[in-house]
Ligand binder design. Structure first.
Ligand code: MRU
Length: 351
């Protein structure tokens, strides 16, 4: 596909369809899926073809746009009640990343304030585009704040993929790595492979390598040894939902990494847009944790690696209690310590 963009985006809106980067085919194939219906968006989210909290939210917002455009002949009352059903339908695709519900609230919220269906469709489209545009700006700001905690030459560790393809651009945890590169710093990164779906190996290692950033891939069980022996300055990860008290849900394995970092005295940073902070969820135990199909654990690329019929537990996320988090880096600043107060303050002072 021809493009004038020099970076690979997770999603491009084309008016009557979406081009969604199929993240399941990375790193070997850079394929964009031509998406024309809300059902296809649901399926792409469910199957992790689009994944990462902000990108899920953006895809869902455009899913509503596609539905709205296909239904612009409906009388306004009917349009509004159908719209809420479509919102609930997309909200059922994945349970943990709060950006999904946040983005759906935004695009449906503007539609309800319209005068008629035509205006509602226009407002929905504008809002989805705004969410995407804002996310790029937000990720850049997160990168700028994150860099204040780092210095040239630092070695970092990350888990899963909180990069450009998990957002509109730059990523959250990976944003400082891109910005460091822009200013001529040499940061190097250890990327954990991130079993069972390998977002670290397939996506983070690929993204950073493409960008010319020094990246080394390790398996998840090498993390403690690497932290201890490779002079790692900090661990930095993204997140799917931060509760009001700072407890953070992110890809399974994150909590273990936080424990290791704490034991070794290494700072553990969480990079998060405010859209991933859910003040309505009081604490970590209130965050719904998605459990995914057993085949993700029992099979590798279609080949069985475990005995047939084995029992499997496959939680997709875990919760890191706030006391293991050195700082939460947002587009509004860096919180550390009293998360309950500081996170609330970011929403109050938000520009
Ligand atoms: O299951 P995934 O791949 O959607 O999980 C993604 C993560 O856990 C990311 O770290 C998180 O969404 C942050 S993306 C900026």
């Amino acid at each position: 596909m021809s493009t004038t963009e020099t970076w690979i985006s997770s999603l491009r809106y084309k008016g009557d369809h979406l081009l969604l980067l199929d993240q399941q085919q990375l790193p070997h194939h850079t394929v964009y899926i031509n998406v024309t219906t809300i059902e296809q968006v649901w399926e792409c989210i469910k199957k992790l073809q689009v994944r990462g909290a902000p990108a899920i939210g953006i895809a869902a917002a455009f899913g509503i746009v596609l539905w709205a455009k296909a239904n612009q002949s409906l009388p306004y009352d009917e349009f509004k009640s159908e719209l809420l059903q479509q919102k609930n339908y997309l909200a059922g695709s994945r349970p943990t990343a709060v950006n999904l519900f946040w983005a759906l609230d935004r695009v449906t919220g503007v539609a309800i304030q319209a005068g008629d269906t035509e205006e509602a469709v226009q407002l929905i489209e504008q809002e989805a585009l705004l969410i995407q545009q804002e996310d790029e700006e937000i990720c850049r700001k997160i990168g700028v704040y994150a860099l204040t905690l780092l210095k040239n030459g630092d070695r970092l560790m990350t888990h899963c993929n909180a990069g450009g393809i998990a957002t509109a651009r730059y990523g959250t945890a990976l944003a400082p790595m891109y910005l460091a590169k822009e200013k001529g710093w040499n940061l190097s990164v250890f990327a954990n492979e991130t079993r069972p779906v390998f977002q670290g190996a397939r996506l983070t290692a690929w993204e950073l390598q493409q960008a010319g950033i020094d990246v080394t891939l390790i398996t998840d069980n090498m993390a403690a040894h690497t932290l201890k022996t490779k002079n790692i300055a900090a661990v930095i990860v993204g997140c799917d939902r931060i509760a009001a008290n700072g407890d953070t849900a992110n890809k399974i394995g994150t909590f273990g990494l936080a424990l290791q970092a704490k034991a070794l005295g290494i700072p553990f940073y969480v990079a998060s847009p405010l859209s991933t902070i859910d003040l309505n969820t009081p604490a970590g135990e209130d965050i719904p944790i998605e459990e995914r199909p057993a085949e993700e654990v029992t099979h590798f690329q279609g080949t069985p690696i475990a005995p047939e019929g084995i029992k499997v537990f496959n939680p997709s996320f875990d919760v890191t209690p706030h006391e293991y988090i050195t700082a939460i880096i947002t587009e509004e600043g860096i919180a550390s310590g009293n998360y309950k107060e500081q996170l609330k303050e970011f929403f109050n002072t938000k520009k």
